[in-house]
Design a protein around this ligand. Structure first.
Ligand code: SF4
Ligand code: SF4
Length: 427
């Protein structure tokens, strides 16, 4: 029984909890609110009442399940091994089965399923963005909304929408006698906001003699839908991606977004746990999916001889779904430390959630900002010039926080620094 199909599948996890409260110590929401409903224990208590029949899964209880960034810090801290993320995903799916989706989410996830319409909307948005956003003074990158629409907080700094989606018409990267034939799953953030990250991924793989296909029929990974309980949309998006990559002839999927990586490695299998056709396909591709950092370090042992100097003090932020979701945290540090001139300076609590958490920062922008403030305080205590991370969504959140806090750093993906290093060789 899948957590996405029936809440009873999460009951065993629920009863592991001994209510010790250790999760309070690491929960970024509890640290900022001190409210029990925001921490794992509080929500587990409510859900126990639901499974014993003492309480209904009312719209109010379902709404309380939105108070979580799914950072999984409580999973790591729990002495009883409670996998709270599984409980939460099951509870949100149950909430949607009983009360339906919020109309805004329903519209957004439907649009994600209609890839052409979504592309058209994003292209139109890129042309209109001057009317919607005003540039941040003193920065050559980033803009705030002219009118506070109640989305993401009034001070949120956004990257500019790419004039052309990264994948549009993009040819595959072919190399003579490739070491491996891979396919790049770009995710929406790179496709629409951060083509510079996509260029860096392709450039680094080419430097390492890896062929990269870019399946045209790929779309959203489905995580925004699955974490919000829209199982129907999540399954539709997963099927499209699995079909596109199965038909591509690639040996492996490369991702550079922590949520997309978690989707391919974990969510797709869970979504199709009871499906005799899609389940095995999801399992096959889960075993062939690599975050770019782990691919470079653990699979192809990337070329370190051709690295040029990048004189930079760098601190690294661990994306929750990369560190706790995929156990990838040594590899990005190994890459950074291999770049001549880069000095890696660890911040306090590098694995503290940044507060982005996909739609969490839309639903609870003020709370997301408070979580981000803690991260900014950690960064401000370092002499770093650059904050590196492993996820485009974290990059957006960090960038916004840096600008609003008046800090001097920039925020980039690790692979961008590696790409810069290769390009600097011989200069
Ligand atoms: S740390 Fe684990 S056992 Fe303790 S209250 Fe939190 S979820 Fe329950
Ligand atoms: S997943 Fe993160 S935000 Fe959610 S309850 Fe656990 S520690 Fe708190």
């Amino acid at each position: 029984m899948s957590i996405y199909s029936d809440f009873r599948s999460a009951e065993d996890e629920l009863y592991k909890c001994m209510k010790c409260g250790n999760c309070q110590e690491v929960c970024p929401l509890y640290q900022t609110t001190r409210k029990e409903v925001t921490v794992a224990r509080g929500k587990i208590g409510l859900l126990e009442m639901f499974v014993t029949g003492e309480a209904e899964m009312t719209a109010g209880m379902a709404e309380r399940m939105s108070y979580c960034t799914t950072c999984m810090a409580c999973n790591d801290k729990c002495p009883c091994g409670v996998k709270f993320d599984q409980i939460l995903l099951a509870a949100r799916a149950e909430g949607v089965r009983r009360h339906g989706l919020h109309p805004v989410k329903k519209t957004a996830f439907t649009a994600l399923r209609l890839q052409r319409a979504f592309n058209f909307g994003m292209s139109a948005g890129s042309k209109l963005q001057g009317a919607i956003f005003r540039r941040v003074e003193g920065r050559d990158y980033g803009a705030r909304m002219r009118i506070d629409a109640g989305l993401l907080g009034k001070n949120k700094v956004f990257p500019r929408l790419a004039r052309k989606p990264f994948r549009a018409g993009r040819p595959a990267v072919h190399v003579p006698q490739p070491r491996m034939r891979t396919a790049f799953f770009t995710g929406c953030m790179i496709n629409y906001f951060y083509p510079d990250m996509g260029e860096a991924v392709l450039g680094v793989l080419k430097r390492n003699n890896v062929e990269v296909l870019i399946p045209a029929d790929q779309g959203c990974c489905g995580v925004p839908a699955s974490v919000n309980g829209d199982v129907t949309s999540a399954r539709a998006l997963a099927k499209r991606n699995l079909r596109a990559f199965e038909e591509s002839g690639a040996e492996a999927v490369i991702v550079s977004c922590s949520s997309c990586g978690s989707a391919w490695k974990h969510s797709y299998e869970r979504l199709f746990e009871e499906d005799a056709v899609w389940g095995p396909l999801a399992a096959k591709w889960a075993a062939r999916t690599y975050d770019i950092n782990e691919f470079l370090v653990n699979v192809i042992d990337y070329d370190r001889e051709s690295l040029g100097r990048v004189e930079r003090k760098v601190t690294y932020h661990d994306p929750c779904h990369l560190r706790r979701g995929q156990n990838v945290y040594r590899e990005p540090r190994e890459i950074l430390q291999s770049i001549p001139g880069v000095e890696l300076i660890e911040m306090q609590k590098p694995d503290r959630c940044c507060g982005m958490a996909g739609s969490f920062c839309i639903v609870h922008p003020d709370l997301a900002d408070k979580v981000l403030d803690l991260k900014m305080a950690d960064i401000a205590q370092t002499p770093a010039q650059t904050v590196a991370t492993g996820c485009p969504a974290c990059r957006l959140q960090l960038w916004s926080g840096i600008i609003n806090a008046g800090l001097p750093q920039d925020a980039v993906h690790v692979v961008q620094l590696l790409h810069e290093s290769y390009n600097n060789k011989g200069q």
